[in-house]
Design a protein around this ligand. Structure first.
Ligand code: ZN
Length: 325
C-alpha cells in the first residue's frame, strides 16, 4: 500500500514590497515499503526546465507505480526562482547551489539550503538532481557525475549513469563547500546529476527522456521491480580539465560556427566575436582549446569578459571514470 504525503516547507523571502513574504517549496513523499529512500530534485536553478517538468509528471505517475522504498519529489527546489524563470533567487540574488553554508542563514536562498540539508539529506541514501544549461547555455543531454573534493570513487555511479539512459555523461569536480554536491558528500548521500537542454526553452522529447531516465535510476536503485530499459553506454567527457572550457576575455557578439555534438580539433576555429557597433574593431576568430566533442554551447550572443562560450572534451569510455579519482 503506497502512502503519499506532502512535506512542503516555507522560507522567508522578504522584498521591499512585501515585508513578511514567505515562499513555499513543494515536496511530495511517496512511501511504498521498507527500502532505500531517494530524492528526485530539480529547479535548484529556476530557469532549468527539463527536470522540473519531468518530476512534475512523476508527482502524478509515481504513486501508482512505486514498488519499494521511499521517494521524495522536489520539482522546484528553488520555488521562488522557478516562479520567476530565473537562475538565481529574485529576493536575494542567491545561487541555491552555493548556499549550503550552515547557520546562521542570510536570507531566503540559504534558508532553503538549510532546510534541505537538515530535513531532506539525512533521510535519503541517494539523490538525483537534474540541471540544464538554463538561459545562458545549452548542453547535450547528459548525466553528470560531480566529484566533490577528494571523494573516493563510488562503483555504483557508472551503473546509475547508464540507467539514466542518456548518450553522454560529463564529469565535473566541485570545490565550493556551499554546493549541493558538497552537502550530499558531507552526509554520505550517493548523488547523480544531469545537464539536459537549456537556452530558456525545452521540448516534450527532452522532458520525457529526463522522466524515463529518472525512472531508470529508481529501477537501478531497486525501487521499481519492473525491468529497467536497456541501459545506454554513454561516452564520458572530463570537463574538469582546464582546456575543456573556453571563456571569452573580451566583450562582443558570439557567432558560433559549430554545433552541439560536433567533433573538433585543437585550435580549430569554433566561432567569432564581433562588435557591430564598433565596425573598426577587427573580427576575432575563436579557437577550440582542445580536441573533442562540443558538449555545451553558449545560448546568448552578447557576451562579456569571463563568459563561458563552450565546453569541449574528447569522448572517453565510461569505464575510465575510476581513473579520474
Ligand atoms: Zn543548474
Amino acid at each position: 500500500m503506497v502512502k503519499v504525503s506532502r512535506e512542503d516547507f516555507t522560507c522567508a523571502a522578504a522584498t521591499n514590497a512585501s515585508a513578511y513574504r514567505r515562499v513555499t517549496v513543494p515536496v511530495l513523499k511517496i512511501e511504498a515499503s521498507p527500502g532505500p529512500a531517494v530524492a528526485l530534485m530539480a529547479g535548484v536553478h529556476g530557469d532549468e526546465w527539463e527536470g522540473q517538468a519531468a518530476i512534475l509528471q512523476l508527482w502524478h505517475l509515481l504513486p501508482g507505480v512505486l514498488q519499494r522504498g521511499t521517494v521524495y519529489l522536489l520539482p522546484a527546489a528553488n520555488a521562488e526562482a522557478s516562479l520567476a524563470g530565473t537562475r538565481l533567487s529574485p529576493s536575494d540574488a542567491g545561487n541555491l547551489n552555493r548556499a549550503f553554508l550552515g547557520a546562521p542563514v542570510r536570507g531566503y536562498t540559504e534558508s532553503v539550503a538549510a532546510a534541505l540539508e537538515s530535513r531532506l539529506l539525512p533521510r535519503i541514501q541517494a539523490l538525483i538532481d537534474v540541471h540544464s544549461g538554463g538561459a545562458s547555455l545549452r548542453y547535450l543531454p547528459s548525466s553528470v557525475i560531480t566529484r566533490y573534493g577528494d571523494d573516493p570513487f563510488d562503483a555504483r555511479l557508472p551503473a546509475l549513469a547508464r540507467a539514466f539512459g542518456l548518450p553522454h555523461c560529463v564529469f565535473f569536480r566541485g570545490t565550493e563547500t556551499g554546493s549541493l554536491p558538497a552537502a550530499a558528500s558531507r552526509q554520505g548521500v550517493l548523488r547523480l546529476s544531469a545537464e539536459i537542454g537549456g537556452g530558456r526553452e525545452t521540448t516534450r522529447d527532452l522532458v520525457e527522456r529526463c522522466r524515463d531516465g529518472l525512472l531508470g535510476c529508481l529501477a537501478e536503485l531497486g525501487l521499481l521491480t519492473s525491468a529497467p530499459p536497456a541501459a545506454a553506454r554513454p561516452s564520458l567527457y572530463d570537463l574538469d580539465a582546464p582546456a575543456a572550457t573556453l571563456r571569452t576575455r573580451e566583450s562582443g557578439v558570439f557567432i558560433p560556427g559549430v554545433a552541439l555534438g560536433q567533433t573538433v580539433t585543437a585550435g580549430q576555429t569554433i566561432g567569432q566575436l564581433i562588435e557591430p557597433a564598433r565596425p573598426d574593431t577587427p573580427l576575432r576568430n575563436l579557437a577550440s582549446p582542445q580536441a573533442g566533442t562540443i558538449v555545451c554551447l553558449r545560448a546568448i550572443a552578447r557576451s562579456d569578459d569571463g563568459d563561458c562560450l563552450l565546453q569541449v572534451a574528447p569522448a572517453l569510455s565510461l569505464d575510465s571514470l575510476a581513473s579520474l579519482y
